[in-house]
Design a binder for this molecule. Structure first.
Ligand SMILES: Cc1cc2nc3c(=O)[nH]c(=O)nc-3n(C[C@H](O)[C@H](O)[C@H](O)COP(=O)(O)OP(=O)(O)OC[C@H]3O[C@@H](n4cnc5c(N)ncnc54)[C@H](O)[C@@H]3O)c2cc1C
Length: 464
């Protein structure tokens, strides 16, 4: 006789794994089918630093909507929940490898980076996440970097903005995960889902499964899995993130503040330098990003590794000729409008969908897990994620002229940062980018039948 599961979870990134733990605590008796690949190919969570961001990821964003405020509210709540998680789950405490964050600014920063820095300072001051100890660490570090002629000139200390070693997290999680009467672990890749009587048939590469309820949290692949169920989810792209884990041979990182993330603000096209300590004395160094319509078959971008190693040595640690490293790559799930897609599928309220979490999904995982529990309890969407439902219409990024200006600013910052252009050619580049952005806008608006003055997010604009 075929088995019909009460719930199937597709995807074992942080969203799927964290939620699985919480669902199991609350619903001990339901039959859960957890479908995934143990190696987590392409998982954003496995490739992430991973910082529990609230202020560090704030962009200079002139949009007149309340996106920044929402990010901060959800971020602060998420941080609290992560702290509780570590308190209540002893085994995982060693995954919490950093407790604070220091943001730095370089004298040579582009206009965009300076603006991001100011914005972070503004919000951090408003919420007053300062801490005396951090100021002491900054002073000590400032003295040390004089020896390497670092161009850094300003710092912001953010208390409580920590980090999680996701690889350690997953190794503990996987070790504890066992097949039992109530949980089935299906190592498979899901291809499609179809409605079948009053439940769903889930077709995988190896097998098929039946389930009454389904959570789809398969990163950028999530909407493909639902292609037989709905065509209304906007395109989701692969935000290819390249980073590396540094294995120090000498004392290259000795001068850095302890238990603390040291990072730049965003530097255009979402690049920036993040140094995240891990508890095995390695350091996560991230991360670049480029957006692609499909997966890539490589270990990342040489240019990104070059950029990260150069910045690391020039700005933070000085020459490190013997540093060894392992590259990591993962796909940030990025929706067409760069906002999250979280909630039930309209005509299929027994399917809950999570994607589009971009640079914040790791941080948000505990709150997303609350949204899932709320759905299981009440069959409802979660108030905190209102207007981010999966089948919503794309949200405009300001209007067209605003989006074009942002695109130019972002692009110029990226070009200067990567030494592909210098500031002297600014006028010429500005004109070329404006022309290109106008063309891109016209084409996409026509192709996707959007409103005439729709503003396309600067990170998405040139992938069409
Ligand atoms: C380099 C990098 C750095 C980042 N840094 C941070 C950070 O510091 N802080 C932060 O909050 N966020 C960060 N992010 C973003 C964050 O990682 C993501 O938003 C979040 O991890 C998404 O989690 P997820 O579980 O939804 O997706 P994923 O982690 O991508 O997990 C999806 C899982 O589903 C599996 N899967 C895919 N297709 C199928 C299928 N058909 N069947 C079965 N399984 C499938 C995949 O193998 C994968 O294991 C970063 C991302 C990257 C790439």
């Amino acid at each position: 006789m075929k088995k019909i599961y009460d719930l199937t979870v597709i995807g074992n990134g942080m969203v799927g794994s964290y939620s699985f733990l919480e669902i199991r605590k609350r619903y001990r008796d339901i039959n859960i089918n957890f479908v995934h690949d143990k190696k987590r190919p392409g998982s954003a969570s496995a490739a992430a630093g991973a910082m529990l961001n609230v202020f560090g990821e704030i962009d200079y964003d002139k949009q007149m909507d309340n996106y920044q405020q929402r990010k901060i509210d959800i971020g602060i709540l998420s941080q609290k929940k992560w702290k509780n998680f570590f308190k209540e789950n002893d085994e995982y405490i060693k995954c919490n490898t950093a407790k604070n964050t220091i943001i730095y600014k370089s004298k040579n920063a582009t206009k965009l980076e300076k603006n991001c820095f100011k914005e972070i300072k503004k919000w951090n001051d408003k919420y007053n996440f300062k801490n005396h100890n951090l100021s002491k660490q900054i002073l000590k570090y400032k003295k040390k970097i004089k020896n390497i002629n670092s161009p850094l000139d300003e710092f912001i200390g953010i208390s409580g903005e920590g980090a999680v070693d996701t690889n350690l997290f997953f190794s503990i999680f996987d070790k504890n995960l066992k097949n039992n009467k109530k949980t089935t672990i299906s190592l498979d890749k899901i291809l499609t889902i179809t409605k079948y009587k009053n439940y769903y048939k889930i077709l995988g590469n190896k097998n098929y499964y039946y389930s009454k309820k389904i959570i789809v949290c398969a990163g950028s692949d999530s909407s493909k899995i639902l292609s037989n169920i709905t065509k209304k989810i906007m395109p989701i792209f692969y935000g290819v993130g390249t980073a590396f884990v540094a294995h120090p041979k000498q004392n290259e990182f000795e001068a850095l503040p302890k238990n603390t993330v040291l990072r730049s603000p965003n530097r255009g096209s979402t690049c920036g330098l993040h140094v995240v300590p891990r508890n095995d004395k390695t350091y996560y160094i991230g991360a670049g990003s480029f957006i692609s319509k499909s997966k890539i078959k490589s270990f990342g971008r040489v240019e990104t590794i070059k950029y990260l190693t150069n910045s690391l040595q020039k700005e933070l640690i000085g020459p490190a000729p013997y540093l060894e490293f392992i590259p990591v790559v993962g796909y940030r799930p990025i929706s067409f409008d760069c906002k999250p897609l979280i909630g039930m599928i309209n005509n299929h309220p027994d399917i809950f969908f999570i994607s589009g979490t971009k640079r914040d999904g790791l941080t948000y995982s505990p709150v997303i897990s609350d949204a899932i529990i709320n759905w299981l309890d009440n069959n409802k969407n979660y108030e905190l994620f209102k207007n981010w439902e999966p089948e919503r219409k794309p949200l405009s990024y300001g209007d067209t002229p605003f989006a074009i200006e942002s695109y130019i600013e972002n692009k110029i910052a990226g070009l200067i940062e990567h030494n592909n252009e210098n500031k002297k050619n600014y006028k010429k580049i500005y004109a070329e980018l404006k022309f290109e952005a106008n063309q891109f806008h016209k084409n996409i608006i026509k192709k996707l039948k959007l409103k005439k003055d729709f503003g396309i997010h600067p990170e998405i604009l040139n992938i069409y």
